[in-house]
Design a protein around this ligand. Structure first.
Ligand SMILES: Nc1ncnc2c1ncn2[C@@H]1O[C@H](COP(=O)(O)OS(=O)(=O)O)[C@@H](OP(=O)(O)O)[C@H]1O
Length: 570
């Protein structure tokens, strides 16, 4: 028996085919031009092909189940697992426009409607215990990358040598003068600060909150991704020093890459709203790309070379919540974007995690069982492994929760540039950015005010936090509440959560060690709000004159005509 759907497809197909102008003598325009005729036929074939593929797709549910797992009508939640561990399929989300989230909520409903309608495919279940057993095979304490970090944090006084030599060596200005912060005309057109990460920890909310400030001009879009390795054109932006050049591996990342500063600046300049920036001499701009913290092997040095004045903000979130949010985000994205054909997100959460653990293992970042001591990683090996892991378009969901490692590497690079991470890096937690006004989730005014004050500190008095009071709360909502709209809450199993808490515990402890306060250890469930560095007033007071000049957003640049920096980037 032919289905209704099949009937409608064939009616559609035949109606198109009968309309194809095959006749030679009918004087039809298409009939006279064979090329146009061929193109028309190709178009129809492709269109029909796409249509039938799309209509044959079995929509998927939260845990990879065909949709019997989700009962939207009665709102019940079912936890299920898929037995469909499919390899090598990638969802690329790097260009996701945050503004799209709210707008496309109607797509959510379309996808979820399809989900509830589809009940015919058989359910495939996999034993949860077996998955938990597989997860338990990975013990983070034994990982090379964890050992690396332990060793690094144990040697508290690392010697970074001559820091200005480091800049000269690795920041290629292509014949231009090195202009310090505050003397750099280009600085007006460049980001004054950056939100580095982490993904799924509230960067969109913060981004929209900050853009409400009268002196803060957003970049052309959230997530410029210019320094992200997916976009990074190695030959253009980074040059390996000749001693290290490997003709077979252009993407070899090593500690000797030279940054082509001017080339990056030329590209970066195009990404900001120059008109708005130049109109108001006090306005500054910023880039919020949560990918940057994760891409430390490629992003840290170019950012510090190119924008030596830049301030950096990192928002953290309990790594298990972050991971879970990431998974659901990809699921939703898949539904929204008609990615139903991609089997990637048919994976259950546990399978998705295991896949990523396997990727990390493949890259030598972790191992099961215990690594022999010969597997000790040095920085170069860790950078290369991390780079390979992050470069395979898999989103690297598990590794993103290694906050201590990522922050440590950023701090190390900042020190190599002769700067103190306490002066230019601020770390906050999403858990402390959660506030409620009239039942709506907002970033608390006090935290936002302090952050803005720190970001815009320019030596001439700070900007009052009242500027941000007019922040449009609905903008936050748009980026939060649409998340769980029509689909109903998926459920993270208790056992999986327990395993993940245990899994991240050593990294969480390292984080507390790195930031010097036990409160940062997510495992210890801190109750007080955490901001790093803890005492901003003390830091500002103790800053040397040289260091404080790095804070200047170069609002009123006073450069003598004969100063080479005057002519830079006219
Ligand atoms: N103020 C406030 N209070 C509480 N929760 C908040 C807030 N701002 C953002 N969020 C939650 O952060 C998650 C989205 O993070 P991002 O905007 O960084 O996502 S993205 O990386 O830009 O895609 C997303 O988490 P999940 O809902 O768990 O997915 C948001 O709900």
């Amino acid at each position: 028996m032919r289905s209704k759907r099949g009937a409608s497809v064939s009616t559609f197909q035949s109606s198109l085919l009968t309309k194809i102008p095959f006749g030679r003598s009918n004087g039809n325009f298409l009939g006279k031009f064979p090329c146009v005729r061929v193109a028309y036929i190709c178009f129809i074939v492709v269109a029909l092909g796409y249509r039938s593929i799309w209509m044959d797709v079995a929509p998927i549910g939260w845990n990879g189940e065909e949709t019997s797992a989700i009962n939207k009508t009665n709102g019940s939640k079912t936890e299920t697992f898929s037995a469909d561990p499919t390899e090598n399929n990638h969802i690329i989300v790097e260009n996701l426009d945050p503004a799209d989230d709210g707008e496309s909520s109607n797509l959510h409903s379309t996808a979820s409607d399809q989900i509830t309608q589809h009940t015919s495919a058989p359910s495939r279940r996999q034993d949860e215990s077996e998955k938990i057993h597989r997860l338990h095979m990975y013990e983070i304490n034994s990982w090379p990358v964890q050992n690396y970090l332990e060793r690094e944090l144990a040697s508290s006084h690392q010697n970074f040598g001559n820091t200005s030599l480091y800049q000269q060596k690795y920041c290629n200005l292509q014949g231009r003068p090195w202009c310090p912060a505050g003397k750099n005309k280009w600085q007006r057109r460049a980001p004054h600060f950056m939100i580095l990460g982490v993904k799924k920890a509230g960067s969109s909310s913060l981004y929209f909150a900050l853009t409400q400030h009268p002196k803060i001009v957003s970049a052309q879009r959230k997530e410029l991704l210019l320094f992200s390795q997916k976009r990074f054109l190695f030959n253009k932006y980074l040059t390996p020093t000749s001693a290290q050049r490997d003709p077979h591996d252009k993407h070899l990342i090593n500690t000797t890459h030279v940054v082509n500063v001017q080339t990056i600046r030329d590209d970066l300049t195009k990404r900001f709203r120059l008109g708005d920036l130049l109109k108001d001499s006090q306005a500054v701009s910023f880039d919020a790309t949560p990918q940057y913290i994760f891409d430390f092997p490629t992003a840290a040095r170019p950012i510090l070379c190119t924008c030596p004045w830049v301030k950096l903000v990192v928002i953290l979130r309990n790594p298990v919540d972050r991971l879970w949010s990431h998974f659901n985000f990809l699921k939703r994205l898949q539904m929204k974007s008609n990615f139903g054909r991609s089997p990637t997100m048919k994976l259950s959460f546990e399978d998705w995690v295991i896949k990523d653990l396997e990727r990390m293992e493949k890259r030598g970042l972790l191992s099961k069982p215990l690594p022999p001591s010969s597997q000790m990683m040095d920085e170069q090996a860790m950078m290369q492994s991390w780079h390979d892991y992050t470069a395979d378009f898999s989103e690297g969901p598990v590794g993103r929760g290694f906050y201590a490692l990522q922050l440590h590497q950023w701090m190390k690079e900042i020190r190599r540039f002769g700067r103190d991470p306490k002066h230019i890096l601020k770390v906050v937690r999403l858990e402390d950015l959660k506030g409620h006004v009239n039942g709506e989730s907002v970033i608390p005014q006090r935290i936002l005010g302090e952050l803005v004050e720190w970001l815009l500190q320019d030596g001439r008095g700070s900007v009052s936090s009242q500027h941000v009071q007019g922040t449009k709360k609905q903008v936050f909502r748009q980026h939060m509440d649409t998340r769980y709209d029509k689909l109903g809450d998926p459920v993270l199993s208790k056992r999986t959560r327990e395993w993940l808490d245990m899994f991240y515990a050593p990294q969480n402890k390292m984080l507390a060690k790195l930031l010097g306060d036990k409160g940062w250890d997510y495992g210890s469930a801190p109750s007080k709000p955490m901001v790093w560095p803890a005492n901003k007033n003390a830091i500002i007071k103790n800053m040397s004159i040289e260091a404080s000049s790095l804070f200047l957003p170069s609002m009123e640049i006073d450069i003598a005509m004969n100063d080479p920096c005057y002519h830079e980037n006219e």
